[in-house]
Design a protein around this ligand. Sequence first.
Ligand SMILES: O=C(O)c1ccccc1N[C@@H]1O[C@H](COP(=O)(O)O)[C@@H](O)[C@H]1O
Length: 214
Amino acid sequence: MKVTAKICGLKDAASLDAALAGGAGMVGFVFFPPSPRSLPAGKAAALMARVPAGVDRVAVLVDPDDALLDELVARTPVEILQLHGRESPERAAAIAARTGRRVMKAVKVKDAADLDGAAVYEPVVDHLLFDAWPPSRDGALPGGNGEPFDWPLLAGRRFGRPWLLSGGLTAENVASAVAASGAAGVDVSSGVERSPGVKDPARIAAFLDACAAL
Ligand SMILES: O=C(O)c1ccccc1N[C@@H]1O[C@H](COP(=O)(O)O)[C@@H](O)[C@H]1O
């Protein structure tokens, strides 16, 4: 089975190149200053210029204001806007209309009712992404926490948009995660890092090898 892999939180050329060489279908860049993975638009634009046609460039955003959206559209060749905050369906639709870019809504999951909540986004977004709710500790980010959720919740569920599984994935567990959830796409950030915000090209290669073996 061919699984689309997204490598997220890229900040340097060596890690981006490892993602591209390993066959990532999407590469993600974080625009959220509290994150150790955040980077300015100018640096992201330089990295995005290395990405060949056929690989989607994703901007990870948390309740972005219009100024940030306008800056990203003007300064970077981003294809997909990943909304990882508390954006309503109306705001997601407005973001798609304003930017002309594809939108991916992150839905936080701890139980089946959370999955039901994805339905309201299906008419207005292009992709869904399922991630764990952030831990309750102080300072936790809205995503990128390396936290998995109960993957079998997704088994047999059908959604009106293509979707990615994320949250705590690694080279070691991605096969189990795909088998348990039925995901056709996976997304990883913490699981291919040496420390928060520092990607490891060898771990990126191992993750993508594990995906290619599925
Ligand atoms: O990675 C971040 O720092 C981040 C910050 C704010 C919102 C989302 C973020 N990352 C996304 O979180 C998920 C899961 O990541 P992990 O593999 O569990 O670390 C993934 O979709 C990232 O794009």
